[in-house]
Design a protein around this ligand. Sequence first.
Ligand SMILES: [Zn+2]
Ligand SMILES: [Zn+2]
Length: 326
Amino acid sequence: MSQFDRTAGAEAGAEADAGAETDVGAEAGAEADGDLTPALRTESRVLPAEVFATLGNDTRVDILRALLELGADEAAVSFTDLFERVDVDDSANFNYHLRQLTGHFVKRSDDGYEFRYPGRKVVSAIFTGTLTERAQVGFFPVEGACYDCDGDLHGWYVDDTLTVGCADCGTIQVSYPFPSGGLDDRTTGELLQAFHHYVRHHYCLAADGVCPECTGTVETTLVRDPEEADLDVAVEHVCGRCNYRLRSTVGVTLLDHAETLLFFSERGVDLNTEPFWGFDWCVSDERTTVVAEDPLRVRLSLPCDGDELRVVVDGSVDVVETALVK
Ligand SMILES: [Zn+2]
Ligand SMILES: [Zn+2]
């Protein structure tokens, strides 16, 4: 079991969506147009199950893809152009499928057809490969050493998840979902760099209170003896909107903490670009000490170049104290 755990509670998420106070229709295109009205609302009451039912048809997916190819991002596409582009002979049948998309995914105006925000997102997802493709990359060597046994690291990509683990003792350093479109045109070195940025930003975004999945509000808490994890203490992020859950080490949340960044950069280490799984304090709790139980406080000791930065965080994972030890 990895200390990095990411699950989206599908059922609970569906309920949360269904119960949400949302607004239908009128301002639906506002977000996509970059028109930030003060009270942003979700654009429809369509339930997730209905969304998938609507999209479970090749013709409808082809229509969305054709809209993109015909430049619907810039200007509305006429019915005729759209019909010619999609490989379907029967115009009544085409019409039927287009109608199913119109409203939630596609907007119809006098000029033709354009994306609504959800339609554009679906197209992005298809092109990034998150919805359709299955990619695999076998073991490839990864720079650095295992925090546990100092053995060689290797990486692999299976089921939309990239994992870096130890070739000797099997300890997983990091395992996190990564869209397979991100594998295209990258060497394994470039892939690892992109993966580092992607995962780091997800955790930092969640730690800042923003859900990486739906942009809803995230609660972050320290958890003592978390289930299914061989950590004494971990950080849990839970989205109040879509129930997206992320679990990580405490150390990972310090990757965008100003004093931590400065401490490392003054010693020639750039935490923005240095793969975080190379730091034992990011992938294990070996440098984490529980200093108080109630309220819970933990201290991390971050070594660099012979010095040490000690950082204390509270139950909400806010930094409450730092000290430099030379
Ligand atoms: Zn190892
Ligand atoms: Zn969310």
